[in-house]
Design a protein. Structure first.
Length: 364
């Protein structure tokens, strides 16, 4: 089944309350795009054309609704002095933080996105991306929020301890971290992309909601306001359990909230659906990576039924980035299911599809 609209046309039609071919859908391929393009993930670290071309190739293959320049969580910390390890064909990981203790915080300086680390590579990739697909969709770039990046600047365990022992130092660390995020976001917006914010360490699975409100939320608000003042809407993703902070995040006036598969789409819709678009939340590991095509179809249908009528809109999405070796047939199954449902969504038909899917699974 082929799409009848580009992502831009689809989004505009749904926003105006008009008929569209289907709901927007983003499997969140991440570095799995290397498998489509036939390159090594390590090439994304120094070749902007390959980074952009792999994203475009995957979009052409599956026809999803969003492309984002985002390779891993660490380019911003790396640009400020952290050491990152680069497997030949896997996602980069943190090897050593930029500083060892709070006495070194004042030695940190905000990164220059045009000079430092891999940030210039990513900015250049954005230009290639816009040239290829900018007339079909709104392209985005990921940026890690100030609080999460602070953990990578000094190390997770030390930063967690500092939340209790040295609040002033945490704020200094988040402040310099924020300036890097703002500089990168501004550079991306000048090119024409829309920043999206990832804040995994703000998860209630990692820190309690009070620490989130004290240490993360002020800097998250400043970054969101910075982006909004330049005419861009902001989507935020926070991993893990987040229901206790949904209202705090939605109150920032964001364009979209992406939630993990461990959270409840229905609860999220009921709590903040009047304030922001909701994105999610098919399990990227247990379903998309390790499940069958029928598992993917069933979970996609269940997500649609829970959230299709969210007042500010809904985008079908995985709960987080897909593992790099996610079966291609499972990604196709998500897209095909969304296409089969169509738009506007007819809930009774979706229920019938769910029943048929469960019956098919029982008969196997």
């Amino acid at each position: 089944m082929l799409d009848r609209m580009t992502p831009a046309q689809r989004g505009a039609a749904i926003a105006r309350g008009l008929e569209a071919d289907r709901l927007p859908c983003n499997p969140n391929m991440a570095n799995g795009v290397a498998r489509i393009y036939g390159c090594k993930i390590s090439q994304f670290n120094n070749d902007p054309k390959t980074l952009a071309a792999a994203q475009v190739a995957s979009y052409r293959r599956f026809g999803y609704d969003s492309i984002r320049i985002f390779t891993d969580l660490f380019p911003w910390a790396e640009a400020m002095g952290a050491k990152v390890k680069f497997p030949e064909d896997d996602t980069a990981d943190l090897e050593r933080p930029a500083i060892q203790d709070a006495s070194q915080i004042d030695s940190l300086v905000p990164a220059d996105p045009y000079k430092d680390g891999r940030l210039p590579i990513q900015l250049e990739a954005m230009k290639y991306l816009l040239d290829e697909v900018g007339d079909e969709m709104s392209c985005s770039c990921g940026v890690v929020g100030a609080f999460t990046n602070a953990f990578f600047l000094m190390g997770v365990e030390k930063t967690l301890k500092m939340l209790h022992r040295d609040p002033e130092a945490v704020h200094r660390l988040c402040r310099v971290s924020l300036e890097t995020a703002k500089a990168y976001a501004e550079a991306a917006m000048k090119i024409g992309l829309t920043p999206t914010i990832s804040e995994p360490m703000s998860s209630c699975t990692v820190v309690n909601p009070n620490h989130f409100r004290k240490y993360s939320l002020p800097y998250l608000k400043e970054l969101v306001d910075f982006i909004k003042e330049r005419g861009k809407g902001v989507v935020i993703h926070i991993c893990g359990q987040t229901n206790k902070i949904w209202k705090d995040v939605a109150d920032l006036g964001i364009a979209g909230l992406s939630i993990d598969n461990v959270a409840s789409l229905l609860e999220c819709k009921q709590m903040v659906g009047e304030q922001t678009k909701i994105l999610g939340n098919v399990d990227p590991g247990g379903i998309m990576h390790s499940g069958t095509v029928e598992d993917v179809r069933l979970k996609t249908l269940e997500c649609i039924l829970e959230a299709y009528d969210s007042p500010k809109g809904y985008i079908v999405m995985s709960g987080c980035s897909l593992p790099i070796d996610t079966p291609l047939e499972n990604i196709q199954a998500m897209m095909d299911t969304v296409r089969e449902v169509g738009y506007p969504v007819h809930p009774d038909r979706v229920r019938e599809m769910i029943t048929a899917c469960k019956s098919s699974q029982r008969s196997v």
